[in-house]
Unconditional design. Structure first.
Length: 380
């Protein structure tokens, strides 16, 4: 094992000192929030508690670098503020004792050097000597150690308090389990629907063309006229090419290889080029690292475009994909007749796909149009 170099050891030591400094400064800074916490607790109907809880989360994040974006809800939020207010008051008391100790030690040291009085103790000049200072040094250092340990303990309590109050309760966990069960059932149903659609496409499209191709080849084998045989072979080649095109369409609708290879923007461009209705595409982001998010977004756009082509009698389709914070938003709108059914197999399937990623699907399709379908999908 390689031993650390002096340079790396120095950097590590500086990093450790810096972290200790952050803990101390960040914990003591909690004193400033005490009046705000008390106001937030007293003004519960106005509900400034969410904003103040966010400040606490950002302060703790500054201390240890751990993001804290999930805030407690309801009574948990006010419990968090109450505990942090108590910890802030306790921190203020410890800081006050440290300051008082520093004032006392400074006056005693000056008195020992100059032989002057100690105003805080009303000690006469010459009463405080170096021996007196030595007697008080040991208990002073013990008290300083206890005070610093108290600051460190409060810093630890703050982090544990945040974890305790932001941890989901039993009811929230039960709701999440129910949501996951529902989403799982919807996803399974959507997968079964997709399988039936693929089977139908193959049966009604590819299979029928294969049967037609076999008939043409059989006729070509039986044809006695060379010209008829050439004509049948030509038609067979055309039919074989059409079968290949149909198979590519089925594969593309099942999962486009371009999506995995080149990303969402390229797949949406290919979708635009394959659509018979004019499509205006606006992608306002680079490739997204989360492949599952890109997949969900693509199938939202693909299924929405398919519905427009089949049912909307539209003249134009607009597709927009953008990032807002940590969410990818895909919007598909058209100028068709409207009346899209959210319970239909297509839209319900993509709604389940989006819900499985923790997102939501919004459908606005009044009778007479226009139609707007918007999916919000969390990234990461």
């Amino acid at each position: 094992m390689r031993s650390p170099t002096p340079a790396s050891a120095g950097l590590s030591n500086r990093s450790a000192v810096g972290q200790v400094g952050r803990v101390a400064v960040g914990t003591v800074a909690g004193i400033v929030l005490v009046p705000v916490l008390l106001v937030a607790l007293a003004a519960a109907p106005i509900e400034p508690a969410g904003t103040v809880a966010g400040w606490i989360g950002r302060r703790l994040t500054w201390i240890d670098g751990v993001p804290r974006t999930v805030l407690p809800h309801g009574g948990r939020r006010f419990g968090l503020l109450a505990v942090f207010a108590l910890l802030g008051v306790l921190t203020a008391c410890i800081v006050a004792l440290i300051v008082l100790g520093m004032v006392v030690s400074t006056q005693m040291t000056i008195a020992a050097i100059t032989g002057g009085p100690v105003i805080l103790f009303e000690a006469d000049p010459g009463r405080v000597t170096w021996s007196t200072l030595a007697i008080f040094a040991v208990p002073g250092l013990v008290l300083l150690f206890l005070a610093v340990s108290g600051i460190a303990g409060i810093a630890w309590l703050e982090r544990q308090t945040w974890k305790a109050f932001t941890r989901p309760g039993v009811e929230e966990l039960a709701q999440e389990v129910n949501r996951l069960h529902t989403t799982l059932d919807d996803v399974v149903a959507a997968v079964d629907t997709e399988r039936r659609r693929i089977e139908r496409d193959i049966h009604d499209g590819v299979q029928q063309r294969v049967v037609a191709l076999s008939i043409l080849l059989a006729r070509a084998e039986r044809a006695s006229d060379p010209q008829d045989r050439v004509q049948l072979h030509r038609r067979s080649r055309e039919e074989a090419q059409q079968i290949l095109d149909d198979l590519r369409d089925v594969a593309w609708r099942t999962y486009p290889a371009m999506l995995a290879r080149d990303g969402l923007a390229a797949a949406l461009e290919a979708l635009r080029d394959r659509t018979s209705i004019p499509v205006r595409l606006d992608v306002e982001h680079d490739r997204i690292p989360d492949h599952a998010v890109e997949t969900a977004a693509y199938f939202v756009a693909s299924e929405a475009v398919t519905n427009v082509v089949k049912h909307a009698n539209s003249q134009r389709i607009d597709i927009r994909s953008r990032l807002e914070g940590d969410r990818l938003i895909v919007t598909v709108s058209d100028d068709g007749v409207g009346g899209a059914n959210p319970e239909g197999p297509g839209l319900s399937g993509i709604a389940s796909r989006v819900a499985a990623r923790g997102g939501r699907l919004l459908i606005d399709s009044p009778v007479g149009g226009p139609t707007k379908i918007e999916a919000e999908i969390p990234c990461g």
